[in-house]
Design a protein around this ligand. Structure first.
Ligand code: 5GP
Ligand code: ZN
Length: 145
């Protein structure tokens, strides 16, 4: 058992985890469930979700986070191989401002092939002036204490 196993009956991913709503499941492991995205960005586009209904990665308990990433790690190779892809882009829209549409943490595993027309993670951000790296590093370390 991981975390609190909090569920929200209005949440589509909670309902998939509970078996209430059908999905193309590919793995069910302690603390995490993986299934195919209903509107795949590429063949083999998988979503991995924790059992617990929390919106953002930083809201996950330690055990739930470990279970989630364990499943992502276990699936990345088989997902890639199953569709003959060259690699996978693995990402999380983490919060409203990022375009997250389902407020239940989910990790996208999207198979990639050369010439598929998609960019790297770097491609989603515009270029622009940035604060000095050392200043930002200090601000983050201060909040980790
Ligand atoms: P987000 O934009 O929140 O990171 O991604 C949510 C993802 O969930 C989208 O890629 C969307 O296609 C997928 N999705 C939304 N509703 C359902 C559903 O009912 N079943 C499945 N399998 N995927 C869903
Ligand atoms: Zn949920």
């Amino acid at each position: 058992m991981t975390g609190s196993n909090r569920q929200e009956m209005s949440c589509i991913f909670c309902r998939i985890v509970s078996g209430d709503v059908k999905a193309e499941l590919v793995a069910r492991e302690p603390g995490a469930t993986a299934f195919l995205d209903v509107s795949p960005l590429a063949d083999g586009h998988v979503l991995v979700v924790p059992d617990d209904h929390v919106a953002r990665v930083e809201d996950l308990g330690e055990e739930a986070a470990a279970a989630l990433f364990r499943t992502v790690t276990r699936l990345a190779g088989p997902v890639r191989a199953a569709v003959g892809a060259a690699g996978t882009t693995i990402g999380v829209n983490n919060g409203d401002a990022t375009g997250q549409t389902v407020p239940h943490v989910h990790v996208h595993i999207v198979p990639r092939r050369e010439g598929d027309g998609a960019s790297s993670v770097h491609g989603i951000f515009p270029a622009g002036p940035r604060r000095p790296v050392a200043e930002v590093g200090e601000a983050i370390r201060a909040r980790l204490a």
